[in-house]
Design a protein around this ligand. Structure first.
Ligand SMILES: Cc1cc2nc3c(=O)[nH]c(=O)nc-3n(C[C@H](O)[C@H](O)[C@H](O)COP(=O)(O)O)c2cc1C
Length: 224
């Protein structure tokens, strides 16, 4: 009798454990939202970045694309991709920015010189190592991140933006900055040229934003 009772108790325990296996992400399904090591950067060549393996289907089909000169935006991008279990791609200039290049206090630095050319109406095209990303075509949502440079997302993203077709996609811009917000001057032409492109409002994070704040924002997008 005692043995029969124990067997029933063990069975009930096992069933309730299975029933409790939930996912704390409001965006992904069926996956382990806490396992950030599943996210791979195809640019690192560290394995297959395909999301198509297995029978589990993503609830939201998103990718994260970013440029980061000093690592702040990269950290945010990695947090987003880890949380939604998406592919993540870094935009890398063929001619990378050195710290001297980034010194906007120096009137003859590369960024100041490029910015002056933009202000003068010139097209400053920063060539990128890669703009064609395997999972772009199928993505419904493109998280697009960059540092804020003079109240805009850095112009480094423009080669990627100009080289791809965002029709029927939603762009979710995010930027990190020391203090100021930004406008979407380098992205608005996309929605002017194609009514099937959706551009969300600019999201700005402080340079040292916490992972929790980033995740709260992603969840708040309610992309499901
Ligand atoms: C060229 C340049 C321009 C910047 N312009 C601004 C700005 O307009 N407003 C601001 O708050 N921070 C500005 N910053 C600070 C960066 O936005 C901030 O450090 C950002 O987090 C850097 O991101 P990253 O590490 O991904 O490159 C600027 C930095 C640089 C290098």
């Amino acid at each position: 009798m005692k043995k029969a009772f124990l067997t029933v108790a063990v069975l009930i325990g096992a069933i309730s454990l299975v029933g409790c296996s939930t996912n704390d992400s409001s965006i992904t399904n069926g996956g382990d939202s806490g396992n950030q090591t599943d996210t791979e950067n195809p640019n690192t060549g560290s394995g297959d970045s395909s999301n198509t393996g297995g029978s589990e289907e993503k609830a939201v089909n998103a990718i994260v694309v970013y440029f980061s000169a000093t690592g702040n935006t990269e950290r945010v991008a990695q947090t987003i991709a880890g949380h939604i279990d998406s592919a993540i791609y870094e935009l890398e200039p063929v001619d990378p920015y050195t710290s001297a290049d980034l010194n906007y206090g120096n009137q003859s630095s590369r960024v100041v010189e490029e910015h002056n050319r933009i202000l003068a109406g010139e097209d400053v095209n920063i060539e990128l190592v890669d703009v064609d990303f395997e999972e772009f075509a199928d993505a419904d949502y493109v998280f697009l991140g960059a540092p804020v440079w003079w109240q805009e997302l850095s112009w480094v993203i423009e080669d990627f933006v100009a080289s791809n077709n965002f029709s029927n996609k939603t762009i979710i811009p995010f930027g990190t900055s020391a203090s100021s917000g930004y406008t979407l001057g380098n992205l608005t032409p996309l929605i002017e040229d194609d009514e099937n492109v959706t551009l969300l409002d600019p999201q700005r994070f402080r340079s040292s934003v916490s992972d929790d704040d980033v995740i709260e924002w992603v969840d708040g997008l309610a992309l499901l």
